[in-house]
Design a protein around this ligand. Structure first.
Ligand code: AMP
Length: 397
């Protein structure tokens, strides 16, 4: 178990500078934050520290500016949203994450104040885990807190190099919750365990799938990955994307009774061709691809999920939910997961896309046991990998 914020007495934080690695990598359009779930989920940690008199320094990446200053990837819009979300707290901004400006901003911070640094990835040293960059970043703080589970599979300076130079390294409140739920799912999910997988590629999920399928009572497979499973059983899937490398493995898996595959699909020639979307049962005709599960499949999946009483874990949308015409399967499934939660199941939704699809329905984070924002990181963790950003945190003795 990792040492977390709440393991230290309140006095531990008073007057200390705390560097919090957050994940504010949020979608921004026309200078406005489109989805602030990631920002909101780190507020309890920021509040916890600020209210105990710490000087809180927040560091994050945004997008892929490629190691140079690119104002399109500035965190300034996040700063504006953070101020709105934390009215009453004194929140400051600095145009750089290391160097003289950052050092000066740190010196001017008073207990309880919060400082947001500009995008870490404006410096190449961040992604290269460069020693000098790590030294500059670490010199800002006496305590390090990781509140960015979704970035913890990366061996970058802010997740690895810099914190190893800071003596106190703690898990943030949300990160602690992530570890609690994901460890439970990985090691001993409450039974019956229903696993739902969708999304684009088996390749990204194979380790997690191998680990979880054996523990599950039912495995519901939708999204693009379902076509590899269907093809492995000899079902004709038209032009849908099939991962040839996984056909043998998928064939062995799908012979098990617990595997539930789509029986119908919403199909058309290309994802842009919305005039000719058809519900097709069984095989998909040549020239067409499946872009969502069909209504009968949704009904089957919904009735299995909403009667779930143990654990439900969902990763990967059921279709191209970004296009309204192909969002039905994903949104319908989200409601059935909320229903399972109301009926007492432990429900965990993992992956950036899957979480944003869940929230798109209007359902809230209070209608699920846990929303895990760490897409790649949660799959790697469940697949049994050690995440560098978690590994460097101090263990609870
Ligand atoms: P992942 O990150 O693997 O969970 O994949 C998420 C992406 O999978 C989303 O952007 C979806 O649009 C996409 N996706 C889901 N189902 C399909 C499908 N049937 N065909 C193409 N893309 C899909």
């Amino acid at each position: 178990m990792k040492l977390s914020l709440t393991d230290q007495p309140d006095e531990f934080y008073r007057g200390k500078t705390v560097l919090v690695r957050v994940d504010f990598n949020v979608p921004i359009r026309d200078g406005n934050v489109e989805d602030d779930y990631r920002i909101r989920s780190s507020i309890p940690t920021i509040e916890y520290l600020s209210s105990r008199g710490a000087k809180v320094i927040l560091a994050s990446h945004l997008g892929r500016p490629g190691g140079r200053r690119d104002l399109k990837a500035s965190l300034k819009p996040v700063f504006e949203r953070l101020k709105d979300l934390m009215l009453g707290r004194n929140i400051r901004w600095v145009d750089d994450c290391v160097g003289p400006e950052a050092d000066a901003a740190k010196k001017n911070l008073r207990p309880g104040e919060i400082l947001l640094l500009e995008n870490l990835r404006f410096h190449p040293g961040e992604e290269e885990n460069d020693e000098e960059f790590s030294r500059s970043l670490s010199s800002l703080a006496e305590i390090y807190v990781n509140e960015a589970f979704s970035a913890s599979h990366r061996k970058h300076s802010s997740t690895y190099g810099a914190p190893t130079l800071i003596e106190h390294r703690l898990a943030g409140l949300q990160l602690k919750k992530e570890l609690k739920y994901l460890t439970k799912i990985r090691d001993e999910p409450d039974e019956p365990f229903i696993l739902i997988v969708g999304g684009l590629k088996i390749y990204d999920k194979i380790d997690a799938l191998k680990r979880l399928i054996g523990k599950a009572e039912k495995v519901l497979i939708g999204g693009c990955i379902a076509y590899t499973f269907l093809a492995s059983k000899g079902v004709f899937t038209g032009d849908s994307l099939v991962e040839r490398d996984f056909l043998d493995w998928a064939g062995k898996i799908s012979s098990q009774e617990k595997i539930v595959l789509p029986e119908d699909h919403l199909a058309t020639s290309t994802v842009k061709d919305l005039k000719d979307v058809k519900v097709v049962r069984g095989s998909i005709p040549a020239g067409m691809s499946g872009f969502d599960i069909g209504p009968s499949t949704l009904q089957t999946f919904t009735s299995i999920v909403s009667s779930g009483s143990g654990t439900v874990f969902w990763n990967g949308p059921m279709g191209v939910f970004e296009v309204r015409e192909f969002a039905g399967g994903t949104l319908g499934l989200a409601y059935s997961i909320a229903l399972a939660y109301f009926r007492g199941a432990s429900t965990v939704i993992g992956g950036g896309d899957t979480v944003s699809a869940f929230l798109k329905t209007g359902l809230r984070e209070t209608e699920v046991s846990h929303l895990s924002t760490g897409g790649g990181a949660s799959l790697e963790y469940i697949g049994g990998k050690t995440l560098p950003g978690i590994d460097i945190l101090k263990d609870r003795l």
